[in-house]
Design a protein around this ligand. Sequence first.
Ligand code: SF4
Ligand code: SF4
Length: 424
Amino acid sequence: MLKIGHEVVRPGKGANDAPVTIGVPEELETVPGIPTNQREVDWYAREYPIETMNITERASRDWANALRDQHVEMREIRKEHDKLNRSLIMAARLTGDLEPTDEPTGEDVTELIKTRARDLGFVEVGITNFDIRYIYQSKKDWVKFPHVICMAYEQDFEPTQTIPSVDAEIVHSSTYRTEGAASLELGNYIRSLGYRAQVHSPNDNTGAYIPMMVAAGIGQLGACGYLLTPHVGSRCRIMMITTDANVSYDQPVDYGIHAFCQVCQVCVNRCPGRALMRDKIWWRGIEKNKLYFKRCRPVMARYLGCGICMKVCPIQKYGLKATMDHYAATGQVLGKGTHDLEGYELEGKGYFGPGELPIFEGGFFDMPHGDAGEWAFDQFKDKARSQGGEVTDELIEQFKAEMSRAMSLSEDNIAMMDQDSDYI
Ligand code: SF4
Ligand code: SF4
C-alpha cells in the first residue's frame, strides 16, 4: 500500500450524495492546480494573446466539417444540433445586458449559487477570478464581470463508452444543449439574487476555459488535453458564467492527476493519430502534455469526432476515487491493458485492442492550415506557381471569390462554433 500524502474531500456526484474523500498517494503529489510560471503567462498574454482556433484554424475547420458532412447520419445530427442550439447561443449572448430582478441582501451568495447549479444538474461547480489572460482577442470587449462560476455537466456514460460512434456524437451535442439551457436558468437565478450574470455558451467560447476551471479547483488538466474532474474525468462538458455577485473564491487542488498521467499514459498509447505527447513541456507558462493539433484534427474529421482519448481514460470510466484507491493499493493503473478500457472500433477500419493501432495511408494528415484568408492566399500562390508564375484573370477572380468568402466567415466567426477550449 502506497503512503497517502493528502486527502481531498469533494461534494458527492449527485446533488444529494454524500461527500467523497480521495486519498492522493504521496508519490503523486505535485502542486495544487498545475505548475505555472505567472510571469510567462503574463508575457504571452500580452505579446501573443490567444484567439479561438475557430478563427486561427478556420481553413482546417471548414475542411473537417465538409468531410464530416459526407457521413449522412452525422450531417443530419449536425444540422439538427445547429438548429436547436442557435436560440441558446443567441440568448446567452444577451445575458450580460440583463438587469437583476431583485435587490441583493448583501450576504455572500456562493453556497446558494452552487446549490442551485448542482440542482440544475452540474456535476462540478467552482468559483474564481475571471482571468483576462485567457480571453480570446475577438471576445475581449464582451466580458463584463469579474468573478467566474466554472461548471462541468456530465455526459452520459453508456454512449461515451462506444466512442467513436454516432451515438456518442448525439450525446456529445445534446449535453451541450442541456447545459446551455441549465446555465440560462442559473443566470436567471443569480439575477433574482440581485446580481448580474453573463452566460458564456459552451458553443460560443470566450476563451480558454480550462485554466480557470483548474484555478476554481474542479479538476486538473489531463495528458489528453481535457479537464479531468473527480467524478467523471473528461466525460463532461465545461462552461462558465461571469458575475458581479458577492461570492467567495475556491482554490486549486492537487488531485494527483498531474503526476498520475505520466504513469498512466493510456490515452497517449491509444491515440490513433499519435497526437498526444508522452512528456510534458512548458507552453505559454504552463507545464503540460501538449496536443499535436495537426495529427488530431484529421482523425476527428474522418472518424466521427474521434474522442478515443476520452473513452480510454480510467478516470472517465471508473472515477478518480476508484482509480486512486487502486493505484494506492497496487501501484497499477485501473483497467490498463484491458479490452474494456483500451479497445475501440474505427468505422471501416476495424477493432483495435490494447497494443494495436491503425495505420493510415500516405496523405492522411494533409489538411489546410491557417485562417480562411491565409488558406485562400496559399492556394492562389500554388496555382500561380503551377502555371509558371502567370497570374491570369481567372485566377484573380477565383482569389477574389475566396477572399470574399473568407471575410464573410470572419464576420460570422463568433457564431455557432465548436468548443475548442480543450486545446489550449
Ligand atoms: S481526439 Fe483522437 S486523434 Fe485526437 S488526441 Fe484524442 S484520441 Fe488522438
Ligand atoms: S488516460 Fe491516463 S494519461 Fe490520459 S488523461 Fe486519462 S489518466 Fe491521464
